[in-house]
Design a protein around this ligand. Structure first.
Ligand code: AFP
Length: 330
């Protein structure tokens, strides 16, 4: 009998894997994701498409849905009594839990809507979150700068043909499908405790950036393209959905390697993806499912963050291929 997310979390609580505050926080994230799902699926009908007319800290033009979903996320978790503070791709600085609410023991970092460029073309998008223990004392941006290895929980919600919440609390990866009829997230019995195949024949990278890549990535991608006529001795397929949530979901479901390397266009930027609320939570999920995630040199989870919105190169997925491309960087 398939169980729902509340039942799954209640069991994790009774088994001592999570505490009451984390249980409440994760249930709140699941609930707010249903509101985001509603906004996303109504799109133009809800008047939520197009640009908001503002820029985020990344200097990127915010879509209306970026701003709306950020508000939904903040209001969806601030009251739980589980948080000392939160940080978001869409907010320049962190937000300590307002005095009106009980301070909790956790911090949450999130990208409320990953894949904004997909919104107006009805392509997959998602919400990504990462949960760590809050330090004692006043909460500031620096409070969030702990290595990904210290995450307590992480996950994403993918808004696509199915709305799927994927979660780890440190004992494997579990996927839940939203039953729109009942509003329940149901554990996908075929997808309990996900394992990523060590080998793969599928890669994901934005090929239009090829001329900007560093030599190790050039070498590796040439080998992928050479297929069975080259050193890898097998043919590869390519995918690019332009939403990290969709790429990671595919890797968790059937393996593959996803890459967003740094490139020579802007040497000050070590990559496009953000460490704290994209690469870290996704790397936690990937490692929990038996995959690998590096920045070309180090496991992403071992990186010591220096800034809240810092970027990082990402190579993640099936261990054999991530290890191969990482070895070319040595
Ligand atoms: P947007 O949120 O600006 O669409 O960027 C999405 C993203 O951060 C990540 O989710 C994708 O994997 C990657 O960027 C796509 O980047 P390109 O648009 O350069 O292919």
């Amino acid at each position: 009998m398939a169980i729902n997310l509340q039942q799954f979390l209640a069991k994790q609580l009774s088994d001592g894997v999570i505490d009451q505050q984390l249980c409440d926080l994760l249930n709140a994230v699941a609930d707010l994701s249903k509101e985001i799902n509603d906004k996303v699926t109504h799109g133009a009908l809800a008047g939520v498409l197009g640009f908001a007319g503002t820029d985020n800290v990344q200097g990127e033009h915010q879509k209306k849905l970026d701003v709306i979903t950020n508000e939904i996320f903040v209001e969806g978790v601030e009251w739980t009594g589980a948080l000392a503070g939160m940080a978001s791709e869409e907010m320049d600085h962190c937000l300590p839990t307002p005095a009106a609410y009980k301070r909790g023991k956790y911090l949450i970092m999130f990208d409320p809507l990953d894949g904004s460029s997909n919104i107006d073309i009805n392509a997959p998008i998602g919400t990504i979150f990462s949960i760590t223990k809050a330090p004692e004392g006043k909460i500031a941006d620096e409070s969030f700068l702990t290595p990904g290895r210290k995450q307590i929980a992480a996950g994403y919600v993918m808004y696509s043909p199915q709305t799927i919440l994927t979660l780890t609390v440190g004992n494997g990866v579990f996927m839940f499908t939203l039953n729109l009829g009942t509003g329940e997230y149901i554990l996908k019995t075929t997808k309990e405790n996900i394992r990523i195949p060590v080998q793969t024949q599928e890669f994901a990278i934005n090929m239009s950036n090829m001329r900007h890549w560093e030599a190790p990535v050039q070498k590796y991608v040439q080998e992928l393209l050479a297929g069975d006529t080259g050193p890898l001795g097998k043919n590869f397929n390519m995918r690019w959905v332009a939403a990290m949530v969709a790429e990671v979901h595919r890797v968790l479901c059937r393996g593959g390697i996803f890459m967003y390397p740094r490139d020579n266009r802007d040497p000050s930027k070590p990559g496009k993806l953000r460490l704290m609320y994209e690469a870290n939570p996704m790397s936690f999920l990937i490692e929990q499912a038996g995959g690998k995630a590096t920045n070309g040199y180090q496991n992403i989870l071992d990186l010591q963050p220096e800034k809240l919105h810092q970027r990082v190169a990402v190579f993640l997925g099936s261990a054999e291929e991530v290890e191969r491309v990482t070895s070319y960087h040595e």
